[in-house]
Design a binder for this molecule. Sequence first.
Ligand code: NAP
Length: 313
Amino acid sequence: MLPADNLRHTKLPLNNGSGAIPALGFGTLIPDPAATRLATKAALEAGFRLIDTAERYRTEREVGEAMRDVFKEGKVKREDVVVVTKLWNTNHRPQRVKPAFEASLKKLQLDSVDVYLIHTPFAFRPGDEQDPRDANGAVIYDKGVTLLDTWGAMERLVDDGKCRAIGLSDVNLEQVKGIVDAARIKPAVVHVESHPYLPEWELVNYCKENGIVFQAFAALGHGSDPRLLDDPVVVAIAGRVGKTPAQVLLAWAIQRGTAPLTTSKTPGRIRENFDVSFIPEDGVREITEGIRLRVRFNAVVETGVPGFIPRGT
Ligand SMILES: NC(=O)c1ccc[n+]([C@@H]2O[C@H](COP(=O)([O-])OP(=O)(O)OC[C@H]3O[C@@H](n4cnc5c(N)ncnc54)[C@H](OP(=O)(O)O)[C@@H]3O)[C@@H](O)[C@H]2O)c1
C-alpha cells in the first residue's frame, strides 16, 4: 500500500523553528526575461509554492513581476509562497551583504524573503562586475574575506527579521560542517546539484542529522548529456507506474528526503513536474542501487563560476 498521495505537498521543517518549506520547488535559471516571467506565473498557477532565484541569474525582476501579477489576481497569497534568492560571489564582504540583499528585495518587490543563500563559497573581487577576470581570463578572487565572515552578515539579516532562514549553496560537506560548527545561526538549507548520477548521500545524511533541508538542483539532469531522463532504469520504472521519467525522478528525490528543484519554460512540463506522486519503494531502491553512473553536470563547486549561465551575461 502506498501512503496517501500528497507527495507534491511535502514540506520540510526549517531548523530554526520558522516553519517549513515545500520539498518541490521551481527554479528560474532561464536566460530569456519574458520566458522567465511566463514560466514563473505558470509554475505558481500549476501549484508550485517554492520559487528559487538569484542575483546572478538576473531573473529577480521578472520573478517579482510574475509574483505581483499572480498575487494581484488573488490566485495565490504571498504568505503561501516560499521565495529563495542568493547572494552573489562579488558581495561576500560583510558590508556588501545587506545592500545586496536589499537590492534583491527591491527587484522582487517584496519586504522579506524566506530563504537567503550564499550562492557559492567563492568570494570574487567586490564590485559591480559579476564575473571579474584578469588579462589572462582568470577569475579574480577576493582573499580578504572568509565564508564565516559572510555568514556573520547573513545571520544579522535573520536578526533584522528580513529573511526567515539562511543557507549555503554549491558547498561540500567540509564547508557545511565548518559553518555548522562555528555559526550562531545554523544553515537551514544546503542547495547543491543532486540527482541519481550525483546522489551526494554523505551530504544528504549529514543534513538529515542536523535538520538541514537538502535542496537538489538539476534534479532532472539539466537537459544535459548523458540524459538522465532517458536512463533505462528511470524509463522502465516510469513505464511500470504510469508516470513520466521526470515525475519518477522527482518522486525519488522527495521520497529520499530531499527537496528537488526543476526548471522549465514549457507550461505542459511545468504542470507535469508538479504532478508528482509516490512511486513504490522498490522503484526508489532500484534507482538508488541500480544506477551506478556518476556525473556532475555543473562545475560551479570547483571554481565558483556558474556552469549553467552563459559567459558574458
Ligand atoms: N546554486 C546553483 O549553483 C544552481 C545551479 C543550477 C541551477 N540552480 C537552480 O536549480 C534550478 C533547477 O536546475 P536545472 O535548471 O538544472 O533543472 P532541471 O529541471 O534538471 O533541468 C532543466 C531542463 O530540463 C528540461 N525539462 C524540465 N522538465 C522537463 C520534463 N518534464 N521533461 C523533459 N524535459 C524537462 C528543461 O527544458 P525546457 O525549459 O525546454 O522545458 C530544461 O532544459 C535552476 O532553475 C536554479 O534555480 C542552482
